[in-house]
Write a protein that binds this ligand. Structure first.
Ligand code: KG4
Ligand code: ZN
Length: 342
Protein backbone atom coordinates (compact mmCIF):
# COMPACT_ATOMS: atom_id res chain seq x y z
CA UNK A 1 0.00 0.00 0.00
CA UNK A 2 1.19 3.55 -0.71
CA UNK A 3 2.34 5.58 2.27
CA UNK A 4 -0.49 7.51 3.87
CA UNK A 5 0.02 11.11 4.90
CA UNK A 6 0.72 11.58 8.60
CA UNK A 7 -1.99 13.27 10.69
CA UNK A 8 -3.03 13.89 14.25
CA UNK A 9 -6.77 13.33 14.66
CA UNK A 10 -9.02 14.51 17.48
CA UNK A 11 -12.02 12.19 17.64
CA UNK A 12 -15.38 12.51 19.36
CA UNK A 13 -17.86 9.71 20.17
CA UNK A 14 -21.32 10.34 21.68
CA UNK A 15 -23.50 7.70 20.00
CA UNK A 16 -25.00 6.19 23.15
CA UNK A 17 -24.16 6.65 26.83
CA UNK A 18 -20.43 7.37 26.74
CA UNK A 19 -19.05 10.85 26.10
CA UNK A 20 -15.58 10.26 24.68
CA UNK A 21 -12.69 12.13 23.10
CA UNK A 22 -9.32 10.79 21.95
CA UNK A 23 -6.25 12.02 20.09
CA UNK A 24 -4.36 9.66 17.77
CA UNK A 25 -1.37 9.89 15.53
CA UNK A 26 -1.51 8.26 12.09
CA UNK A 27 -4.53 6.14 12.94
CA UNK A 28 -2.71 3.94 15.42
CA UNK A 29 -0.69 5.65 18.19
CA UNK A 30 -3.03 6.74 20.96
CA UNK A 31 -1.90 9.95 22.65
CA UNK A 32 -4.92 10.31 24.94
CA UNK A 33 -8.36 8.83 25.45
CA UNK A 34 -11.05 10.05 27.83
CA UNK A 35 -14.38 8.25 28.35
CA UNK A 36 -17.06 9.72 30.63
CA UNK A 37 -19.48 6.88 31.25
CA UNK A 38 -23.11 7.48 32.18
CA UNK A 39 -23.54 3.83 33.18
CA UNK A 40 -24.42 4.53 36.82
CA UNK A 41 -27.12 7.01 35.82
CA UNK A 42 -28.78 4.62 33.35
CA UNK A 43 -28.44 1.61 35.69
CA UNK A 44 -31.31 3.14 37.68
CA UNK A 45 -33.57 2.71 34.65
CA UNK A 46 -32.24 -0.75 33.70
CA UNK A 47 -31.14 0.56 30.28
CA UNK A 48 -30.17 3.73 28.42
CA UNK A 49 -32.71 6.56 28.83
CA UNK A 50 -32.20 8.54 25.59
CA UNK A 51 -33.15 12.03 26.76
CA UNK A 52 -31.05 11.74 29.89
CA UNK A 53 -28.15 10.51 27.73
CA UNK A 54 -28.27 13.59 25.42
CA UNK A 55 -28.32 15.98 28.34
CA UNK A 56 -25.37 14.24 30.00
CA UNK A 57 -23.42 14.56 26.74
CA UNK A 58 -24.11 18.31 26.76
CA UNK A 59 -22.70 18.53 30.27
CA UNK A 60 -19.65 16.34 29.63
CA UNK A 61 -18.53 17.10 26.09
CA UNK A 62 -16.49 20.26 26.79
CA UNK A 63 -14.57 18.93 29.83
CA UNK A 64 -13.94 15.60 28.07
CA UNK A 65 -12.40 17.33 25.02
CA UNK A 66 -10.32 19.62 27.25
CA UNK A 67 -9.10 16.66 29.26
CA UNK A 68 -8.09 14.73 26.13
CA UNK A 69 -6.02 17.70 24.92
CA UNK A 70 -4.44 18.17 28.36
CA UNK A 71 -3.55 14.46 28.67
CA UNK A 72 -1.86 14.55 25.27
CA UNK A 73 -0.06 17.83 26.17
CA UNK A 74 -1.43 19.38 22.99
CA UNK A 75 -3.47 22.41 21.98
CA UNK A 76 -6.10 22.61 19.25
CA UNK A 77 -3.48 24.05 16.90
CA UNK A 78 -1.70 20.68 16.92
CA UNK A 79 -4.71 18.87 15.45
CA UNK A 80 -4.95 18.14 11.70
CA UNK A 81 -8.57 16.95 11.47
CA UNK A 82 -11.67 16.31 13.58
CA UNK A 83 -13.38 12.90 13.39
CA UNK A 84 -16.81 12.25 14.83
CA UNK A 85 -19.30 9.39 15.09
CA UNK A 86 -22.10 10.15 12.66
CA UNK A 87 -24.17 7.03 13.49
CA UNK A 88 -25.65 4.55 14.11
CA UNK A 89 -26.80 5.54 17.58
CA UNK A 90 -29.30 7.65 19.48
CA UNK A 91 -30.10 10.76 17.42
CA UNK A 92 -30.14 13.12 20.41
CA UNK A 93 -26.78 11.80 21.60
CA UNK A 94 -25.13 11.87 18.17
CA UNK A 95 -26.19 15.51 17.64
CA UNK A 96 -24.15 16.66 20.64
CA UNK A 97 -20.90 15.15 19.32
CA UNK A 98 -21.52 16.11 15.70
CA UNK A 99 -22.24 19.73 16.56
CA UNK A 100 -19.18 19.94 18.80
CA UNK A 101 -17.03 18.51 15.99
CA UNK A 102 -18.52 20.92 13.43
CA UNK A 103 -17.88 23.89 15.72
CA UNK A 104 -14.28 22.83 16.22
CA UNK A 105 -13.68 22.16 12.51
CA UNK A 106 -15.16 25.56 11.62
CA UNK A 107 -13.22 27.49 14.27
CA UNK A 108 -9.92 25.76 13.42
CA UNK A 109 -10.55 25.64 9.68
CA UNK A 110 -9.65 21.93 9.73
CA UNK A 111 -11.30 19.00 7.88
CA UNK A 112 -14.28 17.20 9.42
CA UNK A 113 -14.56 13.41 9.05
CA UNK A 114 -17.82 11.55 9.78
CA UNK A 115 -17.26 7.97 10.94
CA UNK A 116 -19.62 5.00 11.11
CA UNK A 117 -19.63 3.77 14.73
CA UNK A 118 -19.36 0.14 13.57
CA UNK A 119 -16.39 0.99 11.38
CA UNK A 120 -14.90 2.55 14.51
CA UNK A 121 -15.29 -0.71 16.44
CA UNK A 122 -13.50 -2.58 13.65
CA UNK A 123 -10.63 -0.08 13.63
CA UNK A 124 -10.09 -0.42 17.39
CA UNK A 125 -7.67 -3.23 16.54
CA UNK A 126 -5.36 -0.74 14.78
CA UNK A 127 -4.89 1.28 17.99
CA UNK A 128 -2.01 0.96 20.47
CA UNK A 129 -0.80 3.17 23.33
CA UNK A 130 1.83 5.64 22.04
CA UNK A 131 5.20 4.52 23.41
CA UNK A 132 4.22 0.83 23.63
CA UNK A 133 5.61 -1.84 21.32
CA UNK A 134 3.81 -1.51 17.97
CA UNK A 135 1.45 -4.51 17.56
CA UNK A 136 1.06 -6.14 14.13
CA UNK A 137 -1.37 -4.35 11.85
CA UNK A 138 -4.40 -6.42 10.77
CA UNK A 139 -3.86 -7.85 7.28
CA UNK A 140 -6.43 -8.16 4.48
CA UNK A 141 -8.44 -10.14 3.52
CA UNK A 142 -9.80 -9.96 7.05
CA UNK A 143 -12.90 -11.68 8.48
CA UNK A 144 -14.42 -9.19 10.92
CA UNK A 145 -16.95 -10.31 13.51
CA UNK A 146 -18.73 -7.29 14.92
CA UNK A 147 -20.64 -7.96 18.13
CA UNK A 148 -22.11 -4.97 19.93
CA UNK A 149 -25.26 -4.02 21.78
CA UNK A 150 -27.11 -3.14 18.58
CA UNK A 151 -25.33 -5.15 15.85
CA UNK A 152 -24.01 -8.61 15.09
CA UNK A 153 -22.38 -8.90 11.68
CA UNK A 154 -19.78 -10.80 9.72
CA UNK A 155 -17.93 -8.55 7.29
CA UNK A 156 -15.21 -9.48 4.83
CA UNK A 157 -12.67 -6.66 4.49
CA UNK A 158 -10.46 -6.88 1.43
CA UNK A 159 -8.94 -3.42 1.96
CA UNK A 160 -9.22 -0.34 4.16
CA UNK A 161 -12.81 0.99 4.41
CA UNK A 162 -14.14 -1.84 2.25
CA UNK A 163 -16.76 -4.11 3.82
CA UNK A 164 -18.69 -6.97 2.31
CA UNK A 165 -21.43 -7.80 4.76
CA UNK A 166 -21.85 -11.57 4.62
CA UNK A 167 -24.52 -11.83 7.28
CA UNK A 168 -26.07 -10.20 10.29
CA UNK A 169 -28.56 -10.99 13.01
CA UNK A 170 -32.13 -11.61 11.97
CA UNK A 171 -33.45 -10.52 15.38
CA UNK A 172 -31.51 -9.64 18.56
CA UNK A 173 -27.87 -8.56 18.50
CA UNK A 174 -25.54 -10.70 20.64
CA UNK A 175 -25.10 -7.90 23.20
CA UNK A 176 -28.84 -7.30 23.26
CA UNK A 177 -29.38 -11.01 24.06
CA UNK A 178 -26.86 -10.75 26.93
CA UNK A 179 -28.70 -7.66 28.23
CA UNK A 180 -32.17 -9.24 27.94
CA UNK A 181 -31.14 -12.54 29.54
CA UNK A 182 -29.44 -10.61 32.37
CA UNK A 183 -32.70 -8.76 32.97
CA UNK A 184 -34.74 -11.96 33.14
CA UNK A 185 -32.16 -13.45 35.54
CA UNK A 186 -32.52 -10.22 37.57
CA UNK A 187 -28.85 -9.34 37.13
CA UNK A 188 -27.72 -5.69 37.08
CA UNK A 189 -27.32 -3.53 33.96
CA UNK A 190 -25.24 -3.70 31.81
CA UNK A 191 -26.07 -7.35 31.22
CA UNK A 192 -22.95 -8.59 29.41
CA UNK A 193 -20.47 -8.18 32.26
CA UNK A 194 -23.08 -9.42 34.80
CA UNK A 195 -23.74 -12.62 32.83
CA UNK A 196 -20.00 -13.17 32.41
CA UNK A 197 -19.39 -12.83 36.13
CA UNK A 198 -22.14 -15.32 37.04
CA UNK A 199 -21.16 -17.67 34.21
CA UNK A 200 -17.64 -18.03 35.54
CA UNK A 201 -19.02 -19.78 38.63
CA UNK A 202 -21.53 -21.90 36.69
CA UNK A 203 -21.74 -25.15 34.75
CA UNK A 204 -22.03 -24.42 30.99
CA UNK A 205 -23.18 -28.00 30.27
CA UNK A 206 -26.16 -28.01 32.65
CA UNK A 207 -28.70 -26.59 30.17
CA UNK A 208 -28.49 -27.39 26.48
CA UNK A 209 -29.83 -24.13 25.03
CA UNK A 210 -30.44 -24.05 21.26
CA UNK A 211 -27.84 -22.81 18.79
CA UNK A 212 -29.29 -21.21 15.64
CA UNK A 213 -26.72 -22.28 13.04
CA UNK A 214 -28.82 -21.00 10.10
CA UNK A 215 -26.83 -23.27 7.80
CA UNK A 216 -26.22 -22.01 4.28
CA UNK A 217 -26.24 -18.39 5.44
CA UNK A 218 -23.83 -16.21 7.45
CA UNK A 219 -26.72 -14.77 9.46
CA UNK A 220 -27.28 -15.08 13.18
CA UNK A 221 -30.33 -15.33 15.45
CA UNK A 222 -30.31 -14.97 19.22
CA UNK A 223 -33.98 -14.56 20.09
CA UNK A 224 -34.49 -18.35 20.28
CA UNK A 225 -31.82 -18.91 22.91
CA UNK A 226 -33.15 -15.94 24.89
CA UNK A 227 -36.70 -17.38 24.82
CA UNK A 228 -35.39 -20.81 25.85
CA UNK A 229 -33.74 -19.26 28.91
CA UNK A 230 -37.06 -17.56 29.72
CA UNK A 231 -39.01 -20.84 29.46
CA UNK A 232 -36.41 -22.66 31.55
CA UNK A 233 -36.54 -19.96 34.25
CA UNK A 234 -40.37 -20.04 34.32
CA UNK A 235 -40.26 -23.82 34.58
CA UNK A 236 -37.68 -23.78 37.35
CA UNK A 237 -39.67 -21.14 39.27
CA UNK A 238 -42.69 -23.46 39.35
CA UNK A 239 -40.60 -26.06 41.15
CA UNK A 240 -38.34 -23.99 43.42
CA UNK A 241 -37.60 -20.42 44.44
CA UNK A 242 -33.92 -21.24 44.15
CA UNK A 243 -32.93 -20.39 40.55
CA UNK A 244 -29.50 -21.70 39.41
CA UNK A 245 -28.51 -18.31 37.96
CA UNK A 246 -24.85 -19.23 37.53
CA UNK A 247 -25.56 -22.41 35.54
CA UNK A 248 -28.19 -20.62 33.45
CA UNK A 249 -25.75 -17.77 32.70
CA UNK A 250 -22.91 -20.18 31.88
CA UNK A 251 -25.08 -22.34 29.57
CA UNK A 252 -26.51 -19.27 27.81
CA UNK A 253 -23.07 -17.71 27.35
CA UNK A 254 -21.71 -20.97 25.93
CA UNK A 255 -24.57 -21.22 23.41
CA UNK A 256 -23.88 -17.68 22.14
CA UNK A 257 -20.09 -18.04 22.08
CA UNK A 258 -20.28 -21.40 20.24
CA UNK A 259 -22.27 -19.88 17.39
CA UNK A 260 -20.21 -16.68 17.11
CA UNK A 261 -16.93 -18.59 17.16
CA UNK A 262 -17.80 -21.45 14.80
CA UNK A 263 -19.57 -19.32 12.20
CA UNK A 264 -16.68 -16.84 12.12
CA UNK A 265 -14.12 -19.64 11.72
CA UNK A 266 -16.16 -21.22 8.91
CA UNK A 267 -16.56 -17.86 7.15
CA UNK A 268 -12.83 -17.15 7.42
CA UNK A 269 -12.06 -20.53 5.79
CA UNK A 270 -14.75 -20.21 3.10
CA UNK A 271 -13.71 -16.70 2.01
CA UNK A 272 -9.95 -17.28 2.24
CA UNK A 273 -9.36 -14.70 4.98
CA UNK A 274 -5.78 -14.31 6.19
CA UNK A 275 -6.77 -13.11 9.64
CA UNK A 276 -9.74 -12.72 11.96
CA UNK A 277 -10.83 -9.59 13.81
CA UNK A 278 -13.40 -9.46 16.63
CA UNK A 279 -14.82 -6.09 17.74
CA UNK A 280 -17.65 -4.40 19.65
CA UNK A 281 -18.76 -4.51 23.28
CA UNK A 282 -19.27 -8.29 23.35
CA UNK A 283 -15.62 -8.79 22.31
CA UNK A 284 -14.87 -7.94 25.97
CA UNK A 285 -16.42 -11.30 26.89
CA UNK A 286 -13.76 -13.55 28.40
CA UNK A 287 -15.24 -16.82 27.07
CA UNK A 288 -15.44 -15.41 23.53
CA UNK A 289 -11.86 -14.07 23.70
CA UNK A 290 -10.65 -17.41 25.04
CA UNK A 291 -12.30 -19.34 22.19
CA UNK A 292 -10.66 -17.19 19.52
CA UNK A 293 -7.28 -17.04 21.24
CA UNK A 294 -7.18 -20.83 21.72
CA UNK A 295 -7.35 -21.57 17.98
CA UNK A 296 -4.13 -21.43 15.98
CA UNK A 297 -5.48 -21.52 12.43
CA UNK A 298 -5.75 -17.71 12.01
CA UNK A 299 -3.97 -14.75 13.61
CA UNK A 300 -6.73 -13.02 15.58
CA UNK A 301 -7.11 -9.37 16.54
CA UNK A 302 -9.25 -8.51 19.56
CA UNK A 303 -8.84 -5.06 21.10
CA UNK A 304 -7.72 -4.58 24.70
CA UNK A 305 -10.68 -4.39 27.10
CA UNK A 306 -10.54 -0.58 27.28
CA UNK A 307 -11.20 -0.40 23.53
CA UNK A 308 -13.93 -3.08 23.29
CA UNK A 309 -16.78 -0.94 24.57
CA UNK A 310 -17.52 2.54 23.23
CA UNK A 311 -14.57 4.94 23.07
CA UNK A 312 -13.25 7.68 20.79
CA UNK A 313 -9.85 6.11 20.03
CA UNK A 314 -11.52 3.72 17.59
CA UNK A 315 -13.31 6.64 15.89
CA UNK A 316 -9.94 8.40 15.56
CA UNK A 317 -8.42 5.31 13.94
CA UNK A 318 -11.22 4.89 11.39
CA UNK A 319 -11.30 8.70 10.97
CA UNK A 320 -7.60 8.75 10.13
CA UNK A 321 -7.93 6.18 7.34
CA UNK A 322 -10.96 8.06 5.96
CA UNK A 323 -9.03 11.36 6.10
CA UNK A 324 -5.81 9.94 4.63
CA UNK A 325 -7.69 8.16 1.83
CA UNK A 326 -9.57 11.34 0.90
CA UNK A 327 -13.00 10.81 2.44
CA UNK A 328 -13.47 14.17 4.14
CA UNK A 329 -17.04 15.18 5.04
CA UNK A 330 -18.96 18.33 4.15
CA UNK A 331 -19.87 20.78 6.91
CA UNK A 332 -23.57 19.94 6.51
CA UNK A 333 -22.80 16.43 7.82
CA UNK A 334 -25.99 14.98 9.26
CA UNK A 335 -26.44 12.42 12.03
CA UNK A 336 -27.48 9.00 10.74
CA UNK A 337 -29.14 7.05 13.61
CA UNK A 338 -29.40 3.89 11.49
CA UNK A 339 -26.50 3.57 9.10
CA UNK A 340 -25.37 0.15 7.85
CA UNK A 341 -21.67 -0.41 7.41
CA UNK A 342 -22.10 -1.98 4.00
O1 KG4 B 1 -20.11 -1.71 21.56
P1 KG4 B 1 -20.89 -1.38 22.76
O2 KG4 B 1 -20.19 -0.76 23.93
O3 KG4 B 1 -22.09 -0.46 22.40
C1 KG4 B 1 -22.76 -0.56 21.18
O4 KG4 B 1 -22.21 -0.06 20.17
O5 KG4 B 1 -23.83 -1.22 21.19
O6 KG4 B 1 -21.58 -2.74 23.21
C2 KG4 B 1 -22.38 -2.81 24.34
C3 KG4 B 1 -22.81 -4.25 24.50
C4 KG4 B 1 -23.87 -4.42 25.58
O7 KG4 B 1 -24.92 -5.21 25.08
C5 KG4 B 1 -23.10 -5.14 26.69
O8 KG4 B 1 -23.92 -5.96 27.50
C6 KG4 B 1 -22.11 -5.96 25.89
O9 KG4 B 1 -21.71 -5.08 24.86
N1 KG4 B 1 -20.95 -6.36 26.69
C7 KG4 B 1 -20.66 -7.65 26.97
C8 KG4 B 1 -19.54 -7.62 27.84
N2 KG4 B 1 -19.18 -6.32 28.03
C9 KG4 B 1 -20.07 -5.56 27.32
N3 KG4 B 1 -21.25 -8.80 26.59
C10 KG4 B 1 -20.73 -9.94 27.06
N4 KG4 B 1 -19.66 -10.01 27.90
C11 KG4 B 1 -19.05 -8.88 28.30
N5 KG4 B 1 -18.00 -8.94 29.12
ZN1 ZN C 1 -20.42 0.51 20.22
Amino acid sequence: MTELKPARILAIETSCDETACAILENGRALLSSVVASQMEIHARYGGVFPEVASRQHVLSIMPVVQQALAQAHLTLNDIDAIAVTQGPGLAGSLIVGVNMAKGMALALDKPLVGVNHLEGHIYSSWVYEAGDKVPPEPQFPLMALLVSGGHTELNLMTDHLSYQRLGSTLDDAAGEAFDKVARLLELPYPGGPSIQQEAEEGNPERFNFPRAWLDGTWNFSFSGVKTSVLYEVNDLKKRSSNIPVQDLAASFQKAVVDVLFKKTMNAAREFGAKEILVAGGVSANRALRKAFKAQTEFPVHIPPLSLCTDNAAMIGAAGYFRYALGYVSEMDLDVLPAWPLS
